[in-house]
Design a binder for this molecule. Structure first.
Ligand SMILES: Cc1cc2nc3c(=O)[nH]c(=O)nc-3n(C[C@H](O)[C@H](O)[C@H](O)COP(=O)(O)OP(=O)(O)OC[C@H]3O[C@@H](n4cnc5c(N)ncnc54)[C@H](O)[C@@H]3O)c2cc1C
Length: 455
């Protein structure tokens, strides 16, 4: 098979690398595209889009392949695969970086930290820049520097017609608005231009673990702790078991536990002061908060969510941590069957909340927390755990219903989430996003995603 004007690699079921090329992060996804077009330049992306449109092929776009619902791969159609486009160019004087559309956050952190700079990215370094940014982009630095989309200065986009445009506040401003939260609905982004900020190389970062029995006490303390926390302090709560990572005493591995994990985006001494009261709470199982190279912190939990394990997520926004919410979380968090399943709760606010609601398509500016309930099991445990972990995640979400805020982060939605949840993710931005969709992709060619149909 050939694509006119395409100089990358075309992979079909006849090729030895087909199975590796169609695999995505979530090992539970098993789809067989007709063609994988691994692009080596922007022109390839344009050629692949035109080819797909001419042949009326279902299109999936692959960045880092981390979408839990597996939207980076489709059955029968074409995967426009950007995984070979991972370059990052830093302008240390202007403090900006240009990042190709298939880069991972590890690529960005590596290049930017070489200059003592950073931008808000995901908390697992093998996550893709593209999907994460286009949905909003939560990370350790967001309370100080805003979401990934708040640091986006411009993007190069291949539209549904196969033409190449630049989107920024000056060029195609409607598209630029929609790209910042509206996901992969409008085209294929071949490069992102980000603002950078001085950081590190060392930051005060890491988790403190307490026994699961202490959950309610830790969460009540955490509620007050974050109310006073400076913007520099990014934090999340992780409930589940202590992961079996090097650096954690072996006798604690897999023990049910709650962790508060932090990253202080400022001087280490200031960070020490900011977390002092947290470390004094009760009797921690282990306290791993320490001055750490930022790049090492960004990689610290990579091995707790590797490629190929099976994952099933449910998620919602939380308005705050009421006693009732804490009770529901403490009741359900440890009821999973697999020791790999967990709950992660991001603390938002700070700079995220200061950006005006209408400035970008991202719609969750006013929420306090994003909670993700993650059912996780090994591929050979599918029989034992798949149904049970999924049911646990659904039950947990149902139990949160009375205490949750409306809304959900689009990037945490799974394949079986009802389309009404996509509408829930965008709230009153939905219509404006749909109008931009109608302008740039009126035929909904890019629909294998968290889809917003054209207005
Ligand atoms: C382990 C893990 C940790 C995570 N941590 C965070 C976190 O800290 N913060 C956070 O905000 N989210 C986080 N997420 C969620 C993450 O934002 C989504 O999974 C996101 O879809 C990942 O982007 P990707 O490029 O890797 O995914 P992919 O599966 O490759 O892409 C997902 C979708 O994005 C679109 N897309 C991808 N590339 C492009 C492109 N170049 N142009 C246009 N559209 C494109 C397509 O619609 C595609 O279907 C995490 C996910 C995982 C699995």
């Amino acid at each position: 098979m050939e694509i006119d004007g395409f100089r990358g690699l075309l992979i079909t079921a006849d090729d030895a690398e087909y199975d590796t090329a169609r695999a995505v992060w979530n090992g539970a996804i098993d789809r067989r595209p007709r063609l994988i077009a691994r692009c080596s330049e922007t022109a390839d992306v344009a050629a692949a889009v035109r080819f797909a449109r001419e042949h009326d092929l279902e299109i999936a776009v692959r960045g880092g392949s981390h979408n839990v619902g597996g939207t980076a791969v489709c059955d029968d159609g074409i995967v426009i695969d950007l995984s070979a486009l991972r370059a990052v160019w830093v302008d240390p004087i202007g403090r900006t970086a240009r990042v190709q559309g298939g880069a991972l956050w590890s690529d960005v952190d590596h290049e930017t930290q070489a200059h003592g700079l950073a931008t808000t990215g995901g908390i697992v370094s093998h996550t893709g820049v593209a999907g994460l940014t286009l949905g909003g982009g939560l990370g350790w630095l967001m309370r100080k520097h805003g979401l990934a989309v708040d640091n986006l200065l411009a993007a190069e986009v291949v539209t549904a017609e196969g033409s190449i445009v630049r989107a920024s506040t000056d060029e195609h401003p409607d598209l630029f608005w929609a790209l910042r939260g509206g996901g992969g609905n409008f085209g294929v982004v071949t490069s992102f231009h980000f603002a950078l900020h001085p950081l590190g190389p060392d930051v005060l970062a890491g988790p403190v673990f307490w026994a699961a029995e202490d959950t309610a006490e830790v969460m009540r303390f955490y509620r007050d702790f974050i109310a006073e926390a400076p913007d520099e302090l990014g934090s999340l709560v992780r409930l589940g078991t202590v992961p079996a990572l090097p650096g954690i005493p072996a006798d604690l591995h897999w023990r049910p536990a709650i962790a508060v994990s932090c990253c202080y985006a400022g001087a280490v001494e200031d960070g020490e002061r900011a977390v002092r009261s947290l470390r004094r709470l009760g009797t921690p199982l282990v306290d791993l908060l320490a001055p750490t190279p930022y790049v090492a912190h960004q990689r610290a939990i990579d091995d707790t969510v590797p490629h190929g394990w099976h994952y099933y997520w449910k998620s919602t926004n939380l308005a705050g941590l009421s006693d009732d919410a804490i009770a529901v979380i403490a009741d359900h968090a440890y009821a999973a069957g697999s020791p790999r399943s967990m709950v992660v709760m991001f603390h938002m606010r700070g700079a995220v909340a200061r950006v005006p609601h209408d400035a970008t398509a991202y719609a969750g500016r006013d929420v306090a927390h994003n909670i993700v309930i993650e059912g996780v099991w090994l591929p050979d445990e599918a029989g034992e755990h798949a149904a049970a972990e999924s049911a646990w995640a659904r039950r947990f979400l149902e139990a949160l219903e009375p205490v949750r805020a409306g809304g959900v982060y689009v990037n945490f939605l799974d394949a079986d989430d009802d389309p009404s949840r996509i509408r829930e993710a965008y709230g009153d931005h939905l219509w404006r996003i749909a109008e931009v969709k109608a302008k740039y992709d009126p035929d909904n060619a890019f629909h294998h995603n968290k889809n917003i149909p054209p207005a």
